[in-house]
Design a protein around this ligand. Structure first.
Ligand code: NAD
Length: 450
C-alpha cells in the first residue's frame, strides 16, 4: 500500500505516515458517503447538532496533543498550534447559529403562503490547505455536516495527520461513513472534483481554485472557493506609528507569513514613512525564530518548495532595486528570517504574486488617494487594513478598499457571526456566518394558496 509521509519542517524528521487513497477508489468512497446521507439527514437538524456538540469536550481534552501535532507537521509555534486546537472546542455558538439559520421560513403575500426550506445538498467534497491544518477543515466540514450532508474530506498532503486527527474526533460521535477521509495530493483532489459529489468546498490557492471551477462546470457542481490574497495595509499620516508597525510585524510574520490574510503590501504616507520603516525593521529584527516546539515568534516555512518561492521573490525584488531593511535571503534549512523590503515597485513579482512567507513590503505614497489606488491594484481581494487616528477619515478609507474584509486599526477578520469573505480572485462564498451556513444547503420553496 502506498503511504504518504509527513515531515517536520523544522527538523526534517518523519512525523508519521498515512495510507494514500488510490484516486481510482474515490468514486466508491463517494458512493459510501451517498449511501450514509439519508439516515444522517433523517436525524434532523437538532439531532445532528446534538451529536456534533459532543466533539467539543474531546477537542478540549486533546488540545495540547493536537497543538503539538500541528507544530510538528507544519512548523507553527506551539502556543499558536494549541490556540488553534482549542478553538475547535468553541463550537456552541456556531452550532446555535446554524440551527437558527436553517429553520424553515414562512413568507406570505396576499395570495400565497410559501415555506422556504434549507435542505442538505447530499455529499460535500471538502479540500483543505496546510496553513491552519485543523481550523480550515473545521470551518467547512462542521457546517456541511450540521446541514445534513455527508462529507468526503481531503486534508492537505502536508498535514495529513492533523486532518486525520480532526476527523477522528468527529468520527467518535458520527455514524459510519458520514465523514470519510481520503489522503493524497493533487490526484486525489482532482478525483473528488470529478466525482459525483454535489458540492466542492475548497480552501487553498487561487490556481487550484481556478482549476476546480473549470472542472466543476461539466456537472455544474456547487463550488465554494476560499483562495489566496495579497493583503494591503495603509498607514495614514495620523496613525499611531508604533502600533501600526507592531501590527504589521505580527501580521506579516505570524505563522511565518503563511496566512491568507497576512499583510504583504504596506502603503505608507511619505511624511511618516521613515519612522514607520525604522519601527517595523526594529520589530522584525527582534523576532525570535526556531523550532516551533520552543515557542519562538516565527517557525520554519512548511517545506523547501515554499521557502524557495519566497526567497526567489525577495532575490528578484532586491535585484530590481528594493532595499532590505531587515532580514533578507540569508536562511538556514526551512527558516527564512523575517524580512522587510522597501522601495517596492509595481513591476516586481513580489508586488502582485502571493508571497506566503515572512516578508513585509513597504511602498511610500504621496497621498491617501494614491495609497487607495495602489492597495486596490490587485486581482486579489481577501483582507485589507487601515491604520489612522481620525475615526471618520480612517473609516472612509476603509470603505474605498475593494477587499472582502477590512480592519481599521485592527486585523481584517470580523466579529463572531460575520462572514469570512474574499472579493475578486480571492474566491467566492463564505466561511462561517449565516451566509456561509446556507451555502451547504439547497433552498426549496413550497407554496400554497393563502
Ligand atoms: P493548494 O491550493 O496548493 O492546496 C490546497 C488543497 O488542494 C490541498 O489539499 C491539495 O492537495 C489540493 N489540490 C491540489 N491540486 C488540486 C486539484 N487540481 N484539484 C483539487 N484539489 C487539489 O494550497 P495550499 O498550499 O495547501 O494552501 C495555501 C493557499 O491557501 C494560499 O494561497 C492561501 O492564501 C490559501 N488559503 C486561503 C484561506 C481563505 O480563507 N481564503 C485560508 C487558508 C489558506
Amino acid at each position: 500500500m502506498e503511504t504518504l509521509k509527513s515531515y517536520n519542517p523544522a527538523t526534517g524528521e518523519v512525523v508519521g505516515e498515512v495510507p494514500v487513497t488510490p484516486a481510482s477508489d474515490i468514486p466508491a468512497v463517494v458512493a459510501r458517503a451517498r449511501a450514509a446521507q439519508p439516515a444522517w439527514e433523517e436525524l434532523g437538524l437538532e439531532g445532528r447538532v446534538d451529536l456534533l456538540r459532543k466533539t467539543a469536550e474531546i477537542f478540549a481534552e486533546r488540545a495540547e496533543a493536537h497543538g503539538e501535532l500541528m507544530t510538528k507537521e507544519m512548523g507553527k509555534p506551539l502556543k499558536e498550534g494549541i490556540g488553534e486546537a482549542k478553538s475547535l472546542a468553541y463550537i456552541d455558538h456556531e452550532l446555535d447559529e446554524i440551527v437558527a439559520t436553517l429553520q424553515p421560513e414562512v413568507v406570505e403575500d396576499k395570495r400565497l403562503r410559501s415555506t422556504v426550506y434549507h435542505d442538505p445538498l447530499g455529499v460535500v467534497g471538502a479540500i483543505t490547505p496546510w496553513n491552519f491544518p485543523m481550523s480550515m477543515p473545521a470551518w467547512m466540514v462542521l457546517p456541511a455536516l450540521a446541514a445534513g450532508n455527508t462529507v468526503v474530506f481531503k486534508p492537505s498532503e502536508e498535514t495529513p495527520l492533523c486532518g486525520q486527527a480532526y476527523a477522528d474526533v468527529l468520527n467518535e460521535v458520527l455514524p459510519e461513513d458520514v465523514l470519510i477521509v481520503v489522503h493524497g495530493a493533487d490526484d486525489q483532489g482532482k478525483a473528488i472534483v470529478q466525482s459525483e459529489v454535489d458540492m466542492i468546498a475548497f480552501t487553498g490557492s487561487r490556481e487550484v481554485g481556478k482549476h476546480i471551477l473549470r472542472e466543476s462546470s461539466g456537472t455544474l457542481k456547487r463550488v465554494v472557493l476560499e483562495l489566496g490574497g495579497k493583503d494591503p495595509m495603509i498607514v495614514l499620516e495620523d496613525a499611531d506609528i508604533g502600533r501600526a508597525a507592531k501590527f504589521a510585524a505580527r501580521n506579516s510574520f505570524g505563522n511565518a507569513g503563511q496566512v491568507c490574510v497576512s499583510t504583504e503590501r504596506i502603503f505608507v504616507l511619505d511624511s511618516v514613512a521613515d519612522e514607520f520603516e525604522a519601527a517595523l525593521a526594529e520589530f522584525a529584527a527582534a523576532m525570535t525564530q526556531g523550532n516551533g516546539m520552543e515557542n519562538p515568534d516565527v517557525g520554519p516555512m512548511v517545506n523547501a518548495g515554499q521557502r524557495d518561492h519566497v526567497l526567489a521573490q525577495v532575490d528578484a525584488a532586491v535585484e530590481a532595486g528594493a532595499t532590505v531593511l531587515a532580514g533578507g535571503t540569508g536562511h538556514s534549512d526551512n527558516f527564512i528570517v523575517p524580512t522587510v523590503l522597501a522601495g517596492i515597485t509595481e513591476d516586481m513579482d513580489i508586488a502582485s504574486v502571493e508571497t506566503f512567507g515572512p516578508v513585509a513590503c513597504v511602498t511610500r505614497v504621496a497621498s491617501v488617494d494614491e495609497a487607495i489606488e495602489k492597495a486596490n491594484d490587485t486581482h486579489f481581494g481577501l483582507g485589507a487594513v487601515v491604520f489612522g487616528q481620525d475615526q471618520a477619515d480612517t473609516a472612509a478609507v476603509a470603505r474605498r478598499l475593494t477587499a472582502g474584509m477590512i480592519g481599521v486599526n485592527s486585523a481584517a477578520g470580523g466579529a463572531v457571526g460575520t462572514p469570512w469573505v474574499g472579493a475578486r480572485q480571492s474566491g467566492f462564498g463564505f466561511h462561517k456566518s449565516p451566509d456561509g451556513h446556507k451555502q451547504f444547503t439547497q433552498t426549496r420553496v413550497v407554496t400554497t394558496r393563502a
